[in-house]
Design a protein around this ligand. Structure first.
Ligand SMILES: O=P(O)(O)OC[C@H]1O[C@H](OP(=O)(O)OP(=O)(O)O)[C@H](O)[C@@H]1O
Ligand SMILES: Nc1ncnc2[nH]cnc12
Length: 170
């Protein structure tokens, strides 16, 4: 299955110079969406993960069906002020802009093996922050999987040392 043809590229969104990779055509195609989750499950198969972690918002789209398929729990990582219990926070920068991410303090137990999922690797800032949140709580990041990798932004360098996989490269 050619997943790349299911990604719509929108020039100059959300600002001039950014070529936005729109995942909605893939999500609308039941075969492509299922294939994506099945492939991510295959990547995770040998890692013996205890939990899937996904950053808001697009990490939820792929992270929750994957956690269901793997029969493990899901931990949401959210933008500030959204999680109701005690949180830890990490700042990060984006291809466009800057933000922070939060995770509930009791979301990961020390020693848990964690797979992190997101739709897209750009600079790697989001995923590095997410990995740091997991590690602050004593979790071990055993895999970081993306649907899309923007190789020209070199996010892999930011995530050096981690087990990083992506299904589509631009
Ligand atoms: O590798 P990076 O440079 O960190 O960029 C990638 C991140 O940017 C996008 O999320 P965004 O923050 O736009 O939020 P959204 O999922 O809520 O749209 C995307 O879904 C990734 O999470
Ligand atoms: N070029 C891009 N397309 C879609 N999502 C993104 N997040 C960061 N950069 C992006």
């Amino acid at each position: 299955m050619d997943l790349k043809e299911k990604i719509r590229v929108i020039p100059d969104f959300p600002e001039k110079g950014v070529r936005f990779k729109d995942i909605t055509p893939l999500l609308q195609d039941k075969n492509a969406f299922k294939y994506t989750i099945d492939k991510m499950k295959e990547l995770a198969e040998s890692l013996n993960a205890d939990v899937v972690v996904g950053p808001e918002a697009r990490g939820f789209i792929f992270g929750t069906p994957l956690s269901y398929a793997m029969n493990v729990g899901f931990v949401p990582v959210r933008k500030p002020g959204k999680l109701p219990a005690e949180v830890i926070r990490q700042e990060y920068s984006l291809e466009y802009g800057k933000d922070s991410l939060e995770m509930h303090k009791d979301a990961i137990k020390p020693g848990q093996r964690v797979v992190i999922i997101d739709d897209l690797l750009a600079t790697g800032g989001t995923l590095l922050s997410t990995a740091k949140l997991v590690e602050k709580l004593g979790g071990e990041v055993v895999g970081i999987f993306f649907l899309i990798e923007l190789t020209y932004l070199k996010g892999r360098d930011t995530l050096k040392g981690y087990n990083v996989e992506s299904l589509i490269k631009f």
